[in-house]
Structures are given as structure tokens and as C-alpha cells.
Design a protein around this ligand. Structure first.
Ligand SMILES: Nc1ncnc2c1ncn2[C@@H]1O[C@H](COP(=O)(O)OP(=O)(O)O)[C@@H](O)[C@H]1O
Ligand SMILES: [Mg+2]
Length: 284
């Protein structure tokens, strides 16, 4: 099993190395990076190119580690026990019928090797990663209700992503192979855009990229636009048929780009940008 990139996804050399290192070490690959730098998509693409089904677990602030293992649906069981007519009361007797299997259970018991994505682990509370240590390490857990040990038939290829909103515990980090997806340089970004808009005019791309990196490099931005924002913006520029001149200012001064709402997502950033433009105009 070796990941060599894919037609839909631009993977840098060091990213491919990291993916393969994690697979060799049989450790989860922890991918960090700004939102929109292709972390989730990486898992999808690796799974696809290795021919593994992908099980996804999207973490929210309320997600508990136990939900990834299993949940015991006591409420349904109680209801069924009151309505005796369900299967003549047979269903209620078997607790197995009320165990809701989580993604880890499904991944461990799948008949073929699978890929498992634990997406945005930093959304959950601080205990979440620690609560999964043993399961991820030993690839097994115990179901108390049914008294069975669930052990991985095949070790899944595990991807864990984080937007860096919270620090992860050391004990957890020790068990992962780590990769930080750096924000793509202009060359890599061109390839990424090329994957999404194969026929894009070179002049438009060059001007749009210049504007994009100008906006991104503006000091003091609250939320820098990322790859997915650039892609959205380009899509709009093409759809709205924005003329090239609208992106290029003759005097090489910064101007507020058309459809700036695709790039800047809060009013402070837009105001900051407008101020800069205003100051440049007055400095002439
Ligand atoms: N390396 C890349 N190659 C191709 N498309 C990319 C790449 N990185 C980001 N994208 C685009 O950006 C979008 C956002 O990526 P996503 O995986 O959702 O980011 P993240 O999970 O890091 O927030 C993707 O849908 C894809 O269109
Ligand atoms: Mg994501």
C-alpha cells in the first residue's frame, strides 16, 4: 500500500511521505493545517487511491469518545419491553439488538481493511483524544453490555485532522505520525487550481492569484482566505464573467477585488482592506 497522489488532489512530496510513513508505522496520521488546506479531502483521496472504503467520523463539540465505539439504546429497549408485541417480546431479550455500533466498531469488524477519518478532533472537549488512546493503540475495546471484546480484524488506516483550535494531549500525540499541511506556495496553488479549473485563462489566473496572495498577506487579518476560498472566488469570477481589468489596477495599487465576500469572511477584515486601499489612494 503506497499513496502516490491522485488526479483530483495535489499532494506535495512531503505529504505523500507522511501518508506512507504513517501506513508503514501503523499509526494514525495526524494532519493539521488551516481550514481549507485539504485535510479532509486527503483522507478521501488516499482511501480512494488505495481502494479502501472510508468511514468518516465528524467530530462536534458535543461528541463523546464512547459514541465512536458503541451506544446502548436503553430507551428503545424500555419502549419495546412495554409494547410486548414487537417480535412477541423476543427482540427485547437480546441486548445485542440495542447496541448501536459506532464508526470504530464498524471499522474494526469490517471484513476488508478500511480507512477511518476522525475529522476535526480539536472540536471535541479536551478529554476526547485521551479517551480514545487505548482503542487506537490496541485496536480493541470491550463492550460491557454484551461482554464481548471487539478487536480489529484488519488494522484500519486512520486519519485524524485538526484545525489547531486546541492543543492535543502529549500522550495522544506520541501515538500519531504528524504532518502539518503548510499553506501552498504559488506553484502548488497553481496546480491545485489546475485540477479544479483545467481550462482557466493564464492571465486571469495570474492576476487572481496575485490579488489572492495580496489579500492573504495583509497584516492583521482575522481570517486569512485559504485554498477553498480561492477556488470559490475563481468559480465566481468565471461564472460572472468578470473582466481581467477589474482585477488589475493600472498603477499597481491595491484595490478591493470584485466579489470580495468569497475571500474575506468578516466585516473587520473587509474594513481593514478598505482602509488600506483608501490610505494608498491618498498617498499618491
Ligand atoms: N491539495 C489539494 N488538491 C486539490 N484540491 C484541494 C487541495 N487542497 C484543498 N483543495 C480544495 O479545497 C477544498 C477544501 O478542502 P478540505 O479538505 O475540506 O479542507 P480542510 O479539511 O483542510 O478544511 C476541497 O474541497 C478542495 O476542493
Ligand atoms: Mg475538513
Amino acid at each position: 500500500m503506497k499513496f502516490k497522489g491522485s488526479d483530483n488532489y495535489v499532494a506535495t512530496q512531503d505529504l505523500m511521505l507522511a501518508v506512507n510513513a504513517a501506513i508503514t508505522l501503523k499509526r494514525p496520521l495526524l494532519v493539521k493545517g488551516e481550514p481549507g488546506t485539504g485535510k479532509t479531502m486527503l483522507a478521501e483521496e488516499v482511501a480512494q487511491s488505495l481502494g479502501l472504503p472510508l468511514l468518516q467520523w465528524h467530530i462536534k463539540s458535543t461528541t463523546k469518545a464512547q459514541q465512536g465505539l458503541y451506544e446502548y439504546d436503553a430507551v428503545s429497549r424500555l419502549r419495546d419491553s412495554q409494547l410486548k408485541d414487537v417480535d412477541g417480546g423476543e427482540r427485547v431479550k437480546d441486548i445485542q439488538n440495542y447496541i448501536v455500533k459506532g464508526v470504530l466498531w464498524q471499522a474494526f469488524t469490517a471484513d476488508q481493511p478500511v480507512a477511518l477519518l476522525i475529522d476535526e478532533i480539536d472540536k471535541a472537549d479536551i478529554e476526547f483524544p485521551n479517551d480514545l488512546l487505548r482503542e487506537i493503540d490496541r485496536m480493541e475495546f470491550y463492550c460491557y453490555e454484551t461482554r464481548e471484546l471487539i478487536r480489529a480484524k484488519h488494522r484500519p488506516v486512520v486519519f485524524i485532522t485538526s484545525n489547531n483550535e486546541k492543543e492535543l494531549p502529549d500522550a495522544f500525540l506520541r501515538r500519531c505520525f504528524f504532518h502539518y499541511i503548510k499553506f501552498p506556495d504559488a506553484e502548488t496553488m497553481k496546480s491545485i487550481v489546475g485540477v479544479h479549473f483545467p481550462g482557466l485563462k493564464q492571465e486571469l489566473l495570474t492576476s487572481a492569484m496575485k490579488t489572492f496572495y495580496d489579500v492573504r498577506n495583509l497584516p492583521g487579518l482575522k481570517k486569512k482566505p485559504s485554498t477553498s476560498e480561492l477556488l470559490d472566488w475563481l468559480k465566481l469570477l468565471v461564472a460572472e464573467d468578470i473582466p481581467l481589468e477589474a482585477l488589475q489596477s493600472k498603477d499597481d495599487k491595491v484595490a478591493v477585488p470584485p466579489l470580495v465576500g468569497a475571500l474575506l469572511k468578516n466585516e473587520q477584515d473587509v474594513t481593514l482592506f478598505e482602509k488600506l486601499v483608501f490610505m494608498q489612494r491618498n498617498n499618491r
